[in-house]
Design a binder for this molecule. Structure first.
Ligand SMILES: C[S@@+](CC[C@H](N)C(=O)[O-])C[C@H]1O[C@@H](n2cnc3c(N)ncnc32)[C@H](O)[C@@H]1O
Length: 288
Protein backbone atom coordinates (compact mmCIF):
# COMPACT_ATOMS: atom_id res chain seq x y z
CA UNK A 1 0.00 0.00 0.00
CA UNK A 2 1.44 3.44 -0.96
CA UNK A 3 1.60 6.40 1.45
CA UNK A 4 -1.20 8.06 -0.52
CA UNK A 5 -3.41 4.94 -0.21
CA UNK A 6 -2.70 4.82 3.51
CA UNK A 7 -3.65 8.48 3.98
CA UNK A 8 -6.83 7.94 1.95
CA UNK A 9 -7.68 4.94 4.11
CA UNK A 10 -7.10 6.92 7.35
CA UNK A 11 -9.21 9.78 6.02
CA UNK A 12 -12.07 7.42 5.17
CA UNK A 13 -11.95 6.02 8.71
CA UNK A 14 -11.95 9.53 10.22
CA UNK A 15 -14.83 11.04 8.21
CA UNK A 16 -17.36 9.56 10.63
CA UNK A 17 -15.70 11.17 13.67
CA UNK A 18 -16.74 14.46 15.30
CA UNK A 19 -13.10 15.72 15.07
CA UNK A 20 -12.95 15.29 11.26
CA UNK A 21 -14.13 18.83 10.26
CA UNK A 22 -11.33 20.37 12.39
CA UNK A 23 -8.64 18.02 10.99
CA UNK A 24 -9.88 18.59 7.44
CA UNK A 25 -10.13 22.40 7.72
CA UNK A 26 -6.59 23.21 6.39
CA UNK A 27 -7.00 20.79 3.49
CA UNK A 28 -10.34 22.35 2.48
CA UNK A 29 -8.96 25.88 2.78
CA UNK A 30 -5.86 25.14 0.67
CA UNK A 31 -7.48 23.00 -2.02
CA UNK A 32 -10.43 25.36 -2.64
CA UNK A 33 -8.09 28.38 -2.64
CA UNK A 34 -5.76 26.76 -5.19
CA UNK A 35 -8.47 25.29 -7.41
CA UNK A 36 -11.20 27.93 -7.28
CA UNK A 37 -10.39 31.21 -5.51
CA UNK A 38 -6.80 31.91 -6.62
CA UNK A 39 -7.42 31.44 -10.38
CA UNK A 40 -10.23 34.03 -10.10
CA UNK A 41 -8.12 36.43 -7.97
CA UNK A 42 -5.19 36.04 -10.40
CA UNK A 43 -7.46 36.79 -13.39
CA UNK A 44 -8.89 39.82 -11.52
CA UNK A 45 -5.42 41.23 -10.73
CA UNK A 46 -4.34 40.84 -14.38
CA UNK A 47 -7.60 42.47 -15.53
CA UNK A 48 -7.18 45.41 -13.13
CA UNK A 49 -3.95 46.35 -14.88
CA UNK A 50 -4.81 45.36 -18.48
CA UNK A 51 -8.44 46.48 -18.86
CA UNK A 52 -10.11 49.90 -18.63
CA UNK A 53 -13.63 48.53 -18.15
CA UNK A 54 -15.74 49.20 -15.07
CA UNK A 55 -19.08 47.65 -16.15
CA UNK A 56 -20.74 45.94 -19.14
CA UNK A 57 -17.59 43.80 -19.33
CA UNK A 58 -16.37 42.30 -22.60
CA UNK A 59 -14.42 39.05 -22.94
CA UNK A 60 -13.88 36.01 -25.13
CA UNK A 61 -16.04 32.96 -24.48
CA UNK A 62 -14.67 29.45 -24.04
CA UNK A 63 -14.94 26.90 -26.85
CA UNK A 64 -17.16 24.75 -24.59
CA UNK A 65 -19.54 27.68 -24.05
CA UNK A 66 -19.84 28.24 -27.80
CA UNK A 67 -20.57 24.56 -28.40
CA UNK A 68 -23.30 24.79 -25.75
CA UNK A 69 -24.70 27.86 -27.58
CA UNK A 70 -24.70 25.95 -30.88
CA UNK A 71 -26.43 22.86 -29.48
CA UNK A 72 -28.86 24.92 -27.39
CA UNK A 73 -29.85 27.35 -30.15
CA UNK A 74 -30.12 24.54 -32.68
CA UNK A 75 -32.84 22.95 -30.54
CA UNK A 76 -34.59 26.21 -29.65
CA UNK A 77 -34.68 27.57 -33.22
CA UNK A 78 -35.03 24.21 -34.95
CA UNK A 79 -32.03 24.86 -37.20
CA UNK A 80 -29.13 22.52 -37.87
CA UNK A 81 -26.06 22.94 -35.63
CA UNK A 82 -23.94 23.68 -38.73
CA UNK A 83 -26.12 26.68 -39.62
CA UNK A 84 -25.90 28.07 -36.07
CA UNK A 85 -22.13 27.45 -35.95
CA UNK A 86 -21.76 29.39 -39.21
CA UNK A 87 -23.67 32.37 -37.79
CA UNK A 88 -21.52 32.45 -34.64
CA UNK A 89 -18.38 32.41 -36.80
CA UNK A 90 -19.81 34.98 -39.20
CA UNK A 91 -19.92 37.78 -36.61
CA UNK A 92 -16.65 36.78 -34.91
CA UNK A 93 -14.83 36.73 -38.27
CA UNK A 94 -16.55 39.85 -39.64
CA UNK A 95 -13.64 42.14 -40.59
CA UNK A 96 -16.00 45.08 -41.36
CA UNK A 97 -17.57 44.84 -37.91
CA UNK A 98 -14.17 44.59 -36.22
CA UNK A 99 -12.66 47.56 -38.06
CA UNK A 100 -15.82 49.61 -37.55
CA UNK A 101 -15.44 49.28 -33.76
CA UNK A 102 -11.64 49.59 -33.61
CA UNK A 103 -11.59 52.61 -35.98
CA UNK A 104 -14.08 54.45 -33.77
CA UNK A 105 -12.28 53.73 -30.50
CA UNK A 106 -9.57 56.43 -30.72
CA UNK A 107 -12.25 59.17 -30.86
CA UNK A 108 -14.72 57.46 -28.50
CA UNK A 109 -15.70 59.90 -25.70
CA UNK A 110 -15.58 56.95 -23.25
CA UNK A 111 -12.38 55.45 -24.67
CA UNK A 112 -10.73 55.25 -21.27
CA UNK A 113 -13.43 52.96 -19.92
CA UNK A 114 -13.42 50.79 -23.05
CA UNK A 115 -11.09 48.00 -24.21
CA UNK A 116 -9.51 47.82 -27.66
CA UNK A 117 -10.46 44.23 -28.48
CA UNK A 118 -14.10 44.10 -29.67
CA UNK A 119 -15.32 40.88 -28.00
CA UNK A 120 -19.01 40.35 -28.72
CA UNK A 121 -19.52 37.72 -25.98
CA UNK A 122 -23.12 36.52 -25.66
CA UNK A 123 -24.19 39.02 -28.32
CA UNK A 124 -23.10 36.33 -30.80
CA UNK A 125 -26.31 34.54 -29.80
CA UNK A 126 -28.35 37.70 -30.51
CA UNK A 127 -26.66 37.78 -33.93
CA UNK A 128 -27.45 34.13 -34.66
CA UNK A 129 -31.09 34.62 -33.65
CA UNK A 130 -31.44 37.55 -36.09
CA UNK A 131 -29.72 35.63 -38.88
CA UNK A 132 -31.78 32.49 -38.31
CA UNK A 133 -35.21 34.08 -37.89
CA UNK A 134 -34.99 37.13 -40.24
CA UNK A 135 -37.01 39.54 -38.04
CA UNK A 136 -38.54 42.66 -39.58
CA UNK A 137 -38.34 44.63 -36.32
CA UNK A 138 -35.65 44.15 -33.66
CA UNK A 139 -35.80 46.09 -30.39
CA UNK A 140 -32.96 46.30 -27.86
CA UNK A 141 -33.64 48.21 -24.64
CA UNK A 142 -30.39 49.58 -23.19
CA UNK A 143 -27.83 50.45 -25.85
CA UNK A 144 -24.86 51.76 -23.82
CA UNK A 145 -21.93 52.26 -26.21
CA UNK A 146 -23.79 50.39 -28.96
CA UNK A 147 -21.86 47.13 -29.23
CA UNK A 148 -25.12 45.16 -29.25
CA UNK A 149 -26.67 47.68 -31.64
CA UNK A 150 -23.88 47.19 -34.19
CA UNK A 151 -23.95 43.38 -33.78
CA UNK A 152 -27.71 43.38 -34.41
CA UNK A 153 -27.42 45.81 -37.35
CA UNK A 154 -24.60 43.67 -38.82
CA UNK A 155 -27.04 40.75 -38.80
CA UNK A 156 -29.81 42.88 -40.34
CA UNK A 157 -27.33 44.08 -42.99
CA UNK A 158 -26.56 40.48 -43.99
CA UNK A 159 -30.24 39.57 -43.93
CA UNK A 160 -31.04 42.54 -46.19
CA UNK A 161 -28.33 41.48 -48.66
CA UNK A 162 -30.11 38.10 -48.83
CA UNK A 163 -33.52 39.71 -49.45
CA UNK A 164 -34.82 39.86 -45.85
CA UNK A 165 -34.87 43.51 -44.74
CA UNK A 166 -35.38 44.48 -41.10
CA UNK A 167 -35.09 47.50 -38.77
CA UNK A 168 -33.36 47.99 -35.41
CA UNK A 169 -34.67 50.21 -32.61
CA UNK A 170 -32.56 50.72 -29.50
CA UNK A 171 -33.75 52.59 -26.41
CA UNK A 172 -31.54 54.40 -23.91
CA UNK A 173 -32.05 57.02 -21.23
CA UNK A 174 -28.49 58.30 -21.73
CA UNK A 175 -28.42 60.90 -24.53
CA UNK A 176 -24.79 59.93 -25.32
CA UNK A 177 -25.54 56.21 -25.73
CA UNK A 178 -25.06 54.45 -29.07
CA UNK A 179 -21.65 55.87 -30.02
CA UNK A 180 -20.80 52.83 -32.19
CA UNK A 181 -24.05 52.96 -34.19
CA UNK A 182 -22.72 54.96 -37.12
CA UNK A 183 -21.93 54.66 -40.82
CA UNK A 184 -23.27 51.65 -42.74
CA UNK A 185 -24.77 50.12 -39.57
CA UNK A 186 -26.83 53.23 -38.77
CA UNK A 187 -28.72 52.67 -42.05
CA UNK A 188 -30.41 49.72 -40.39
CA UNK A 189 -31.77 51.41 -37.31
CA UNK A 190 -31.65 54.11 -34.68
CA UNK A 191 -31.67 54.80 -30.96
CA UNK A 192 -34.82 56.20 -29.31
CA UNK A 193 -33.60 58.39 -26.44
CA UNK A 194 -35.50 58.62 -23.17
CA UNK A 195 -37.02 56.20 -20.69
CA UNK A 196 -37.38 52.81 -22.31
CA UNK A 197 -41.00 52.25 -21.22
CA UNK A 198 -41.99 55.55 -22.88
CA UNK A 199 -40.05 54.75 -26.08
CA UNK A 200 -41.53 51.24 -26.30
CA UNK A 201 -45.04 52.71 -26.33
CA UNK A 202 -44.25 54.35 -29.69
CA UNK A 203 -43.43 51.01 -31.34
CA UNK A 204 -45.91 48.73 -33.06
CA UNK A 205 -45.07 45.13 -34.04
CA UNK A 206 -41.91 43.50 -32.66
CA UNK A 207 -40.33 40.26 -33.95
CA UNK A 208 -37.30 40.18 -31.64
CA UNK A 209 -37.22 41.94 -28.28
CA UNK A 210 -34.04 42.15 -26.17
CA UNK A 211 -34.24 43.46 -22.60
CA UNK A 212 -30.96 45.07 -21.45
CA UNK A 213 -31.86 48.44 -19.85
CA UNK A 214 -32.71 49.12 -16.19
CA UNK A 215 -31.85 45.81 -14.56
CA UNK A 216 -34.23 46.04 -11.61
CA UNK A 217 -36.67 43.11 -11.61
CA UNK A 218 -39.72 45.41 -11.58
CA UNK A 219 -38.51 47.43 -14.60
CA UNK A 220 -37.61 44.28 -16.51
CA UNK A 221 -41.08 42.84 -15.85
CA UNK A 222 -42.72 46.12 -16.88
CA UNK A 223 -40.89 46.05 -20.23
CA UNK A 224 -42.01 42.46 -20.97
CA UNK A 225 -45.62 43.19 -20.06
CA UNK A 226 -45.61 46.41 -22.11
CA UNK A 227 -44.39 44.70 -25.28
CA UNK A 228 -46.49 41.55 -24.83
CA UNK A 229 -49.29 42.72 -27.14
CA UNK A 230 -46.80 44.07 -29.66
CA UNK A 231 -45.06 40.72 -30.15
CA UNK A 232 -45.78 39.04 -33.47
CA UNK A 233 -47.00 35.39 -33.24
CA UNK A 234 -43.52 33.83 -33.58
CA UNK A 235 -41.64 36.64 -31.80
CA UNK A 236 -38.64 35.81 -29.65
CA UNK A 237 -37.80 37.62 -26.41
CA UNK A 238 -34.22 37.61 -25.12
CA UNK A 239 -33.40 38.58 -21.55
CA UNK A 240 -29.93 39.92 -20.78
CA UNK A 241 -30.78 39.91 -17.09
CA UNK A 242 -31.85 36.27 -16.79
CA UNK A 243 -28.75 35.35 -14.77
CA UNK A 244 -29.94 37.90 -12.17
CA UNK A 245 -33.74 37.68 -12.12
CA UNK A 246 -36.36 35.08 -13.04
CA UNK A 247 -38.55 37.72 -14.75
CA UNK A 248 -38.34 36.31 -18.28
CA UNK A 249 -38.92 32.75 -17.03
CA UNK A 250 -41.98 33.94 -15.08
CA UNK A 251 -43.25 36.02 -18.03
CA UNK A 252 -42.91 32.93 -20.21
CA UNK A 253 -44.84 30.74 -17.78
CA UNK A 254 -47.58 33.38 -17.31
CA UNK A 255 -48.16 33.63 -21.05
CA UNK A 256 -47.66 30.03 -22.18
CA UNK A 257 -44.27 30.63 -23.78
CA UNK A 258 -41.26 28.31 -23.79
CA UNK A 259 -38.19 29.40 -21.83
CA UNK A 260 -34.53 28.38 -22.08
CA UNK A 261 -31.36 29.77 -20.55
CA UNK A 262 -27.91 29.71 -22.17
CA UNK A 263 -25.14 30.65 -19.71
CA UNK A 264 -21.91 32.37 -20.72
CA UNK A 265 -18.49 31.04 -19.74
CA UNK A 266 -15.87 33.80 -20.12
CA UNK A 267 -12.34 32.67 -21.02
CA UNK A 268 -9.54 33.96 -18.77
CA UNK A 269 -11.73 36.48 -16.96
CA UNK A 270 -12.70 36.85 -13.31
CA UNK A 271 -16.33 37.66 -14.23
CA UNK A 272 -18.46 34.53 -14.02
CA UNK A 273 -20.45 35.51 -17.07
CA UNK A 274 -24.01 36.54 -17.74
CA UNK A 275 -26.47 34.47 -19.70
CA UNK A 276 -29.27 34.69 -22.22
CA UNK A 277 -32.86 33.98 -21.33
CA UNK A 278 -34.75 32.92 -24.45
CA UNK A 279 -38.53 33.02 -24.58
CA UNK A 280 -40.23 31.60 -27.67
CA UNK A 281 -43.89 31.24 -28.51
CA UNK A 282 -45.60 27.87 -28.90
CA UNK A 283 -44.00 24.54 -29.66
CA UNK A 284 -41.39 24.51 -32.42
CA UNK A 285 -42.24 22.22 -35.33
CA UNK A 286 -40.44 18.88 -35.53
CA UNK A 287 -37.96 18.08 -38.28
CA UNK A 288 -35.05 20.03 -39.73
C1 LIG B 1 -26.02 47.02 -19.73
S1 LIG B 1 -26.15 48.50 -20.60
C2 LIG B 1 -26.67 47.96 -22.19
C3 LIG B 1 -25.63 47.19 -22.93
C4 LIG B 1 -25.88 47.00 -24.39
N1 LIG B 1 -27.11 46.29 -24.65
C5 LIG B 1 -24.73 46.29 -25.06
O1 LIG B 1 -24.95 45.38 -25.88
O2 LIG B 1 -23.57 46.63 -24.78
C6 LIG B 1 -27.60 49.21 -19.92
C7 LIG B 1 -28.04 50.53 -20.55
O3 LIG B 1 -29.38 50.76 -20.13
C8 LIG B 1 -29.59 52.14 -20.03
N2 LIG B 1 -30.76 52.38 -19.16
C9 LIG B 1 -30.85 52.25 -17.81
N3 LIG B 1 -32.08 52.55 -17.39
C10 LIG B 1 -32.81 52.86 -18.49
C11 LIG B 1 -34.15 53.26 -18.71
N4 LIG B 1 -35.04 53.38 -17.70
N5 LIG B 1 -34.56 53.48 -19.98
C12 LIG B 1 -33.68 53.37 -21.01
N6 LIG B 1 -32.40 53.00 -20.86
C13 LIG B 1 -31.96 52.75 -19.61
C14 LIG B 1 -28.27 52.67 -19.48
O4 LIG B 1 -28.12 54.05 -19.83
C15 LIG B 1 -27.23 51.74 -20.14
O5 LIG B 1 -26.69 52.37 -21.28
Amino acid sequence: MTVRDTLRHIKRRLTGHRIFPILNFPNRAISTWLNYIWPTVRAWITWLFKSHEESNFTYALTERCQINFIAGLSGILNRSPDVIREYLSEIQDDADFRSHITDLLPTHPDRYRTDLEPHVGRRMVWYAVVRATKPKVVVETGVDQGMGAVVLCAALKRNASEGHPGRYFGTDINPLAGYFLKGAYAEFGKVLYGDSLKSLETLDKIDLFINDSDHSASYEQAEYELVKNKLTPRAIVLGDNSHVTSELAEFSMRHGRRFSFLPEEPANHWYKGAGIGISTSGVPSLGA
